[in-house]
Design a protein around this ligand. Structure first.
Ligand code: SF4
Length: 227
């Protein structure tokens, strides 16, 4: 059994509740969305990588925490097989997904990043329509949050108020969401713009009980592949 892998690397988790935790990242290549600000186009718009045997992917885990990311790892049944093997090996598994596809998979944290309308690639007619039809799927997200420990991470763009209003509207369509597991994550490619936008998110987090998600990988390493 084999699958296309964009990259495998070892670093600290940059985002969400396990930020700072040493982890092995396995990035699968291929995505069903095309976010305009995608920071991993080599796993989405232009999927790159090599076909690897699952045995070799499994053996690459050097840390107790393993993060299966993409692209969209829930597209692939091989993700389920990998998660079964890591579970038997006592690994702590995070799945990073946009929350548009459900699979019965092993994980300790379902890290869901539903995409707002700020992600839609308006200048690409074909992908604009397809992305818009796929990006928000409350039925799938409700199923994921009921079946797994979860966090919800929303990427907030320059139009902060509009995006926060959209987050409120989307969350109202979901069931039994713990606000402490909702993270607002500024969009940006450099540390200073990230933190300046993060300051604008404080009032919404204070009033709703949400959290601001750092992006440690950008603070520590810049906008660099393999971090
Ligand atoms: S879901 Fe993730 S990998 Fe896919 S296009 Fe959006 S940002 Fe890129």
């Amino acid at each position: 059994m084999a699958i296309k892998v964009s990259e495998i690397f070892h670093s600290v988790q940059g985002e969400g509740q396990w930020a700072g935790t040493p982890s092995t990242f396995v990035r699968l290549s291929g995505c069903n969305l095309r976010c305009v600000w995608c920071d991993t186009p080599y796993a989405s718009w232009n999927p790159e990588g090599e076909i690897m045997e699952l045995d070799d992917i499994f053996a690459s885990a050097k840390h107790r925490h393993v993060v299966l990311t993409g692209g969209e790892p829930m597209l692939f049944t091989e993700s389920v097989t990998l998660s079964e093997r890591w579970r038997k090996d006592n690994r702590i598994i995070t799945i990073e997904t946009a929350g548009t596809i459900f699979q019965d998979i092993h994980c300790d944290l379902m890290s869901i990043s539903p995409k707002l309308s700020n992600s839609t690639p308006t200048s690409d007619a074909k992908w604009s329509k397809t992305h818009e039809e796929r990006r928000w799927n409350p039925e799938v997200i409700n199923k994921l949050t009921k079946n797994y420990p979860y966090q919800l991470k929303f990427v907030i763009g320059p139009e902060v108020t509009k995006d926060i209003n959209e987050v409120e509207a989307l969350l109202s369509q979901l069931e039994d969401i713990n606000p402490e597991q909702v993270f607002l994550m500024p969009e940006g490619r450099d540390s200073s713009s990230l933190w300046s936008r993060a300051k604008e998110l404080i009032p919404a987090c204070m009033s709703h009980g949400w959290r601001i998600a750092p992006r440690l990988q950008i603070d520590l390493f810049g906008d660099t592949k393999g971090t």
